[in-house]
Ligand binder design. Structure first.
Ligand code: PLP
Ligand code: COI
Length: 341
């Protein structure tokens, strides 16, 4: 199959319209069969639940071309599972897990010409989402929903690829205690927009959010979880009820333990102890693992010993092993790789 004529190695993390997307309607208490369509537009009533009360959730996962030429998706079942918890929290219907994985497969197959070639540095980003479709004016859930999936080829999330990032401790919170920080709801990202725009204006790549209850513990950034490495080589990740349970982070902890023989800890991480870590990285589908070189907490700078020019050694091993598994160079754990073609 001929690939599209795209300069794969130079694309950024942006939206490029592809040929087909999946759409299914929920109406009268049931999902319809779902179809692939060429129409990339959604026409909504002015009073649609998503427009008025932000009733929308989404997922993000990637498809890859492996070393031996297959097209695969990474752990789509976990995205289906997470979308189920997001749906329940926002009083939305659940899109069945097997149908979710099947719809991902259909969309990737239909857009196979957009799956970046092996070794190009780009991947196919897949965006499943669901939103309240019909009009609601009193505050209540919609009763008609649309579930859709589109995909778009992407390059690195952070400009500069694997160059270490400079982040700042945000004065804003992205989540509330007992709020929606642990689900993938559009509203969490709306909450973070002012903080990210001002961070960029002030020369920072991202925000480090603290726990909204006490503002003493590290939570996550606007689009990725944190991984830290201690000076004696232990991998530490923050545990909190208000961060998104990252599939990349869960996978990396397994890789650290089972592939690299490292000790791993999921626990509360205080901002005060960050200065003692050797390495810091941001992990997520879009971010993969992006190294952090400097964390600015108002008038204090925390410079990670791994420096500002390259990834720390443990972060690099984690990165190489995870991407090796995703691209088929390293044997994956059972069930991690969903072969599409
Ligand atoms: N945290 C937030 C707020 C995110 O938006 C994402 C991206 O999905 C992640 C963490 C990473 O999660 P995952 O590894 O499942 O992509
Ligand atoms: C992802 O990594 O899939 C995300 O949803 C992060 C988003 C900020 C692009």
């Amino acid at each position: 199959m001929d690939k599209k004529n795209i300069d794969w190695s130079n694309i950024g993390f942006g939206y490029m319209q592809t040929d087909k997307r999946y759409v299914s309607f929920f109406q009268d208490g049931a999902w319809d069969e779902g179809v692939l369509t060429e129409d990339a537009n959604v026409v909504l009533n002015e009073c649609a639940g998503v427009l008025q009360y932000a009733q929308t959730i989404f997922e993000g996962l990637k498809a890859y071309t492996t070393e031996n030429g297959h097209i695969v998706a990474f752990r789509p079942d976990l995205n289906a599972e997470r979308m189920e918890s997001s749906a329940k929290r926002l009083e939305m219907p659940v899109f069945p897990r097997e149908r979710f994985v099947d719809a991902v497969t259909q969309v990737v197959e239909a857009n196979a010409a957009y799956v970046p070639p092996y070794g190009s540095g780009a991947t196919l980003y897949i965006r499943p989402y669901m939103f309240g479709f019909n009009s609601v004016i009193g505050v209540k859930p919609a009763d008609v929903y649309q579930f859709r999936i589109f995909c778009t080829p992407v390059g690195p999330y952070f400009k500069g690829g694997v160059k270490p990032l400079t982040i700042r401790v945000s004065d804003f919170d992205r989540a509330a205690p007992h709020g929606t920080g642990n689900i993938k709801a559009g509203l969490n990202y709306a909450m973070s927009l002012h903080a990210i725009v001002t961070a960029h204006q002030e020369g920072f790549d991202e925000n480090m959010y603290l726990d909204p209850g006490t503002r003493t513990k590290v939570e996550e950034t606007g689009g990725a979880n944190f991984l830290f490495v201690t000076r004696d080589g232990k991998v530490v990740t923050p545990k909190s009820d208000s961060i998104l349970p990252s599939i990349t982070r869960r996978s990396l902890l397994h890789v650290a333990k089972e592939y690299l023989g490292l000790e791993v800890e999921e626990r509360e991480v205080y901002l005060e102890e960050v200065k003692d870590f050797a390495e810091c990285g941001l992990c997520g589908t879009a971010a993969v693992i992006s190294p952090v070189g400097k964390i600015v907490d108002h008038d204090r700078e925390i410079c990670l010993p791994s420096g500002m020019t390259q990834m720390g050694p443990v972060t690099k091993k984690l990165y190489d092993t995870l991407t090796g598994i995703q691209m088929g160079r390293i044997q994956a754990p059972e069930g991690w790789i969903h072969v599409i073609q």
